[in-house]
Design a protein around this ligand. Sequence first.
Ligand code: ASP
Length: 435
Amino acid sequence: MAEKKKMSLSARILIAMILGAVTGWIITLLGNPDWAQIWLTDGLFRVLGQVFIALLQMLVVPLVFVSLVCGSSSLSDPKMLGRVGGKTVALYLLTTGIAVTLALTAAAIFQPGLGASSPVSTVQRQIAEATPFTQVIIDMVPKNPVAAMATAQMLPIIVFSVLLGIAITMSGSRGERISAWFQDINHVIMRLVTLVMRFAPYGVFALIANLAATSDLADFAAVGKYVMLVFAVLFLHALVVYPTLLTLIGRLNPLVFLAKMRAAMMFAFSTASSNATIPVTLETVEKRMGVSNKVASFTVPLGATINMDGTAIMQGIATGFIAQFYGIDLSLGQYLMVVAMVILASIGTAGVPSVGLVVLAGVLTQVGLPAEGIAMILGIDRVLDMTRTAVNITGDATVTTIVARSEGELNLDVFNDPDAGESYEEAALEAGSGA
Ligand code: ASP
């Protein structure tokens, strides 16, 4: 077919982000006039942005369920599941532990809470309690799988899908028929993911334009040191810690990995939701990195729920920041308590926008710091939320790739091919033409 080469998805999303930021900035320069608010920020942009997030969310439950049943029903060796599970959980805990330790250290060195002032517009928000850890374990088993799916609770869906997949492998020829059916549905749903991705640049444009039009720069100035420090540690974690783990444990080239993560990171950034990004993370690690569905279908949804390194970084620095602001010295015991609380709390909380702040309230109360301190950082949290979500899903993909490599479930030819899975649309066209 003589056709000009299409721009890659990540390039299109990046352009959409820049255009969105410029548009939002122009709206603020115009002084946020009523017409812009009615027609654009509350009108067109809001609709496009919310429709885009809804489209992604629409995919999550069917995709995770079907993909995970496929993955676990294709396990020839049932012991593999236990091994993959053990390694994955251990690495998720390790990376979160490193993240919160880095954050507390940075907060102790740079003291972002000294000299901070109260932000101009403090947003009021209800602060909910985080679920206790024992309840998280109990809730992992769905009393009613349909209810778990209806409310998109990831951990119970994972437990049910894995058990169903195992039962399928134990069911002889009947199981084989069901398994073939799930493989077909999985293929169709992945195709649906590529369809939704075509809409991504428009959705991303609208989300970023709205953000830029509604952010108040004065709030950033008040807690500027905190914001800069969170950004710095997030970048350190994504660009130094993950690459080191990929090189040392995975024996893989981290630059190839990071280049292939770009599109998924931008999805996570614009939606601020690891959960909503699951379809894209899954597509990226399977099609672009070459991780088998057996591993990825399990580790990616699990990571979106229990692994939040970016969130842990924000929580660590915020704890230090609030303690310093109120002039409270934390003891070593309290520091260790923060590390443990942040790791445990991240396990039970879903990857949805701004959940990190809710959990932070619980952490602060546990170590005896005033939870009202959160009011200082509420107004500026959205941009940090977006950035830490990009780090969260990069952590999920890093661990997924390392675990797959150690299990012989990573196709190195795909991993090393810079163009592998690049053109989602071409893949869709091929499938459409019966290839
Ligand atoms: N928005 C984050 C996520 O979905 C969680 C958080 O830090 O609030 O991963």
